[in-house]
Write a new protein. Structure first.
Length: 268
């Protein structure tokens, strides 16, 4: 080939290679991209995965997802209140979800695995309670009754405080917001990251879209299973006073009489 034709072919090959590299899935590109782009790609991956699983497993009490990347494979742990429905009959549903995730994000064969983990206390999980309230409203239950039912259930199961906000066209054409609150709830500071569980959902009702926001303040648990292990910084513990050992008492001594002794009366 002449030099000019060879150069044109080489440029065309480079352009095609560049276009194909842009089409690579998110996870396949991670070995080639900078740290900044990697963090952005991981965030997009987590957000899309969370939305997909939230739409698919909303009825089964979906309560969040955790991604663990190991050198051998990527483990995706799905937290839900009803793990039996997530797994499906003989693990069929979890295998379908694994195949969908693998195909969408371009994972190599057998390099991604999905697990289902049961939520210990579903009353302290805001996502599960938000989904429960959503299906109550879709079923036609009155707003106040549904909210007070969720409020009572959460508080009876050991939560410190709870707040439920519903906004939209509740009864009339005019939109409004209703707030239901019970117990003690913090809203700022470092403890908020550990103690507050928050979730937002949208309910597609016939008259319009309703917005639901649930905030739950969990109780302290020293073991870290039913609540945060970290103690509240303003918690004051009053200890019982220590029992003081009384000094040993010696034998009672003769009482000493102080003062002047009276002279004996003289005989008359």
């Amino acid at each position: 080939l002449p030099i000019s034709q060879a150069w044109v072919l080489a440029q065309g090959f480079k352009a095609r290679k560049h276009r194909n590299s842009r089409r690579l899935p998110i996870m396949a590109q991670q070995a080639q991209i900078s740290k900044k782009r990697k963090f952005v790609a991981d965030g997009v991956f987590n957000a899309e995965l969370n939305e997909f699983l939230g739409r698919t497993l909303g009825e089964d009490g979906y309560a969040g997802v955790e991604v663990r990347v190991t050198p051998i494979r990527t483990e995706i742990i799905i937290r839900a209140t009803r793990t039996r429905e997530v797994l499906g009959e003989k693990g069929r549903r979890i295998r379908e979800l694994t195949a969908l995730v693998q195909k969408r994000f371009g994972f190599p064969e057998n390099s991604v695995e999905l697990f289902a983990e049961r939520v210990e206390n579903r009353a302290s999980c805001a996502m599960a309670q938000c989904e429960s309230l959503r299906y109550k409203l879709l079923g036609g239950l009155a707003v106040r009754r549904a909210c007070y039912g969720v409020l009572r259930f959460i508080m009876e199961n050991g939560a410190t405080g709870v707040e439920v906000i519903i906004s939209g066209k509740l009864r009339a054409q005019r939109a409004k917001a209703m707030k239901f609150k019970q117990g003690y709830l913090i809203s700022t500071g470092e403890p908020k990251k550990h103690y507050i569980s928050e979730a937002v959902r949208h309910v597609l009702m016939r008259q319009g879209v309703l917005g639901i926001k649930v905030k739950i303040m969990m109780s302290h648990d020293p073991e870290g299973k039913m609540g945060p292990k970290m103690q509240m910084p303003d918690k004051i513990t009053v200890h019982e006073p220590k029992e003081e050992a009384l000094p040993m008492m010696g034998p009672p001594e003769q009482q000493q009489e102080y003062g002047y002794e009276e002279a004996p009366a003289e005989a008359a």
